[in-house]
Design a protein around this ligand. Sequence first.
Ligand code: ASP
Length: 341
Amino acid sequence: MKKHAACILLMLLAVVMNATTSSGQIKTDSETWSIAIHGGAGGDAANWDAKKKELRLVGMRKALSKGKEMLSSGASALDVVEAVITILEDDASFNAGKGSVLNQAGKAELDASIMNGANLACGAVAGVTVVKNPIQVARSVMEETPHVLLVSQGAEEFAKKSGAVQVDPSYFLSSVLRTRDNPVDGNRTTAREDKHYGTVGCVVRDQHGNLAAGTSTGGTSKKLAGRVGDSPLVGAGTYADNRFAAVSGTGIGEEYIRNAAAYDVIAQMRYASTSLEDAVDEMINNRLPDQSGGLIAVDRDGKIVMQHNTPSMSCGSASSDGLFEVRLDAFPARESVDKPQ
Ligand code: ASP
């Protein structure tokens, strides 16, 4: 009798430990974690010079190492997404934060969003010009206001009040950027090859079973002043829901907005029980126009999927199974990266 009761107790314990609550908070007994990052899709890395390739790889390795360190010591998915994207924003070789591209008025206007898969909380900023780390302000919007998205001046006033580091707009005119966008220094790479690539994103499944996603960008180079892309739009460039997956996109924002790309991946999983792999594949190969960009995603079990329909996407992935990889080259269409078994 005693043995029988103990058995029932154990079974109940297992159910409770793996249950998903109504808020989406997944209770899990697993200590596994997974993280994926991107540093933009587009162009062809095969045409980049060795220095540019190295800068990208070093930058992604640094960000991914930080994510790995935090996740293995039990940090939350949300904290990891913010910390990793902050590192990428401070690295001028990406089109986010310091390295942001310029619009037609010669100004950097930055966009970012972050989402917590545990409760669907999310925050975003768009069109900010004096904020050093837009991802941090996006998180403050999420946690300190009843709103989801603040834009331009209002976002900047809020950022100041919330204690975010302010910079002079000249901070964004980094040497990498001047070379990239300003033909007057005579050192510009071809417009086609080096146009607007380098948006950054991060998706995480932490040890506690929680998912989070974030994306940050300077947008597309030579965009009209005031143009806002997909990156700060929850559902287009970023989405996370503990019951399904966390997703971040990079590419021609207008296409991601039209296709509600990040949320559509979740919707396929939710309404058609599609696997993450098939949902991302459908979006990249059947919905988004060819050459429009890529997606990174992680599902509730920690499975990582990264795909693009451009020649290259800078990306990296790591997991508690020992995976740690950064790369610039293409994953051929219809191939995804699995965690090692
Ligand atoms: N999606 C970004 C935007 O349209 C740009 C990019 O990812 O390259 O603003």
